[in-house]
Design a protein around this ligand. Structure first.
Ligand code: HEC
Ligand code: HEC
Length: 282
């Protein structure tokens, strides 16, 4: 009796995993169908405050959203979601973001073939229970001064609005994409996240030369990096004696000796204004 039962439940588990995995990882191309029942869809969350919905929504939030938004929805690789309602976002607007994703960012769409409206409302019913009733505190910093600091220290490596260096990622949307705490941790050197596509490596050539940069591509025989002088270079591994995966980002740490708390606040206020193409310079 036990054996078939076990097998059966593990098959069920595999199917469940598969469905979940698929629904949230499927490429946007598969999500051709537009949102179903748009006409009949609620504009306020029909499941708000319902204990069952909140419980199911919590479980789904943990598997589908927490990896980016943090277990408490206060943000990690994605933004803090707890201030959405207090800062005036309506349920249906939030629903649409979860359904469609945010194109050009890590925020994935939910395929209507696999994720019914009800599941999204359940997730939002749960997130709402974590939400504050006052909008998140507006940072005290001076964004104009922050922009000056940015231009002097950061623009050499980071693009904003089509201008700047390329050793680090484009930051034109960083204000909508990351919570303030993640940005502060990145600057102070206390973040454990290194953006993929920018992993720090040191290559050691046969003649003992060491070349530092960020990894762009790698296969069995070759590696391509952008070196710290921002040149994209390819190397055959046969010509290298070592490829060292560094722990420390190529990005400098800005401790309080280099950037005092007040300037940090100003810089964070500026970064917060970066919310899309051309933003921050309006
Ligand atoms: C792979 C990472 C990732 C996953 C998984 C993810 N998100 Fe996001 N989400 C993001 C990022 C990044 C943004 C910010 C996009 C931008 O720059 O505007 C975002 C934005 C949002 C926003 C808009 C926030 C705002 O201030 O306008 C909502 C709402 C949201 N996500 C909800 C969810 C929910 C609910 C789930 C799970 C069903 C989820 N997200 C899964 C990364 C993710
Ligand atoms: C020498 C080049 C360099 C300089 C100077 C530099 N950065 Fe970076 N930065 C990088 C690289 C490379 C990464 C990606 C690797 C990582 O995540 O550590 C990065 C990552 C970041 C991230 C995280 C991006 C994300 O997607 O979460 C932020 C935010 C950031 N930098 C802001 C700044 C600010 C603000 C300054 C100026 C005070 C600055 N950087 C100066 C190279 C640099």
């Amino acid at each position: 009796m036990l054996r078939p039962l076990n097998r059966c439940s593990s098959v069920t588990a595999a199917i469940v995993l598969c469905v979940i995995g698929h629904a949230w990882l499927c490429p946007p191309a598969a999500a051709v169908a537009t949102v179903q029942n748009t006409a009949s869809r609620a504009t306020t969350n029909p499941l708000e405050g319902k204990p069952d919905a909140i419980q199911n929504g919590g479980a789904m939030f943990r598997t589908r959203c927490a990896g980016c938004h943090g277990p408490d929805a206060r943000g990690y690789l994605g933004p803090d979601l707890t201030g959405l309602w207090a800062s005036g976002s309506a349920d249906d607007r939030i629903f649409d973001i979860v359904r469609r994703g945010v194109p050009g960012t890590e925020m994935p769409p939910a395929d209507p073939q696999r994720v019914p409206d009800r599941e999204i409302w359940q997730i939002l019913a749960y997130v709402r229970t974590l939400a504050g009733t006052v909008p998140p505190a507006v940072t005290a910093g001076n964004a104009a001064n922050g922009e000056q600091i940015f231009r002097a220290n950061c623009l050499g490596c980071h693009m904003v609005g089509g201008e700047g260096g390329q050793l680090g990622p484009d930051l034109s949307r960083i204000g909508s994409g990351r919570p303030r705490t993640a940005l502060a941790n990145k600057l102070r050197g206390t973040s454990d996240v290194i953006r993929s596509g920018y992993e720090p490596v040191t290559l050691v050539t046969r003649d003992g030369q060491r070349i530092r940069g960020v990894r762009k591509n790698e296969d069995e025989f070759s590696i391509q990096i952008m070196d710290v002088r921002q040149r994209v270079q390819g190397y055959l591994k046969a010509n290298l004696t070592d490829v060292i995966e560094e722990k420390q980002s190529v990005m400098p740490v800005y401790g309080s000796d280099r950037l005092n708390d007040r300037d940090l606040d100003d810089l964070l206020s500026y970064l917060n204004t970066l919310r899309g193409p051309g933003s921050g310079r309006r």
